[in-house]
Design a protein around this ligand. Sequence first.
Ligand SMILES: [Zn+2]
Length: 316
Amino acid sequence: VARLLFVFLDGVGLGASDPTRNPFALGWPGLTEVAGVDWTAAAWSEASQDQRVRRGLDARLGTPGIPQSATGQTTLLTGRNAVAVMGRHYGPWPGPTLRTLLAHGSLFSDARSSGGACLANAYPAAYRDALAAAQRPDLQRQRSSRRWRPSAPVVAALHAGLPLADVAALVAGEAVAADLHGAALLQRRGDAEPPSGAALGPEAQAEALLRLAQRHAFTFFDVWGTDRAGHAQDVESARGFVARLERFLLRLVGQLPADVTLVVTSDHGNLEDLSSPRHTLAPVPLLAIGPHAHAFGAARSLLDVAPAARRVIATP
Ligand SMILES: [Zn+2]
């Protein structure tokens, strides 16, 4: 089985070389080592080597307006142009139309029948409870809670019959924290101190993710902290998140098993331009590393990611 590990970075575009606006322009030797070039628009050359492909993807999907997460992520997960279906960019959470599109088939449901699929994120109990309550019309208050609406990957994974991992799975090293560390999820659970044996930090998260990737044909990890940091426009915390991302990706690529192909991409720009709290029109980076990286060699837009991913997953 050819295995695909999809690391989804929410809201990461290729931006200016100005480090006061773009935290990626600060100079990150580890990120440069992983990609072969700096993660800025000026440096990011497209390349298609044997085991490493680098592309810049158009996130606008042929429709004017600022790209949004629900339509972008649905497109990445289905290969259908969700913006064309909706008539506009839409997000951050999928509504009925996009949920139907995701229920119809996604990379998760494809992979279930050929080697297994996994949504690697750990979710807090309150989130899992709110999703369960949303199925019940008598609990209107939870239903209207914006905070706990399911994201496109969660909708797709649930429709494919996959479980959502909890914080206990994170402690056991069988799920991964979206903050690339883990402490925030444990605090939310009420742990004053991490349970003994819980491996926290970017390197531990990378290693846990690699263990999941070796057990499934398709493993998806939703890193939404990048988009949150972009909206917050806090230069120091944005740089802190990029520093964690660097450590995480260095370990991930350094220990990538021979049968796992890694693809890293995004749904739209945001974090690369801290001068604005909004998403951007910037192209997003696509980086593929591993034995089937070449499947992504011709990708030009978000639309091209799912077909390439399907070719990898379907490889015997
Ligand atoms: Zn956003």
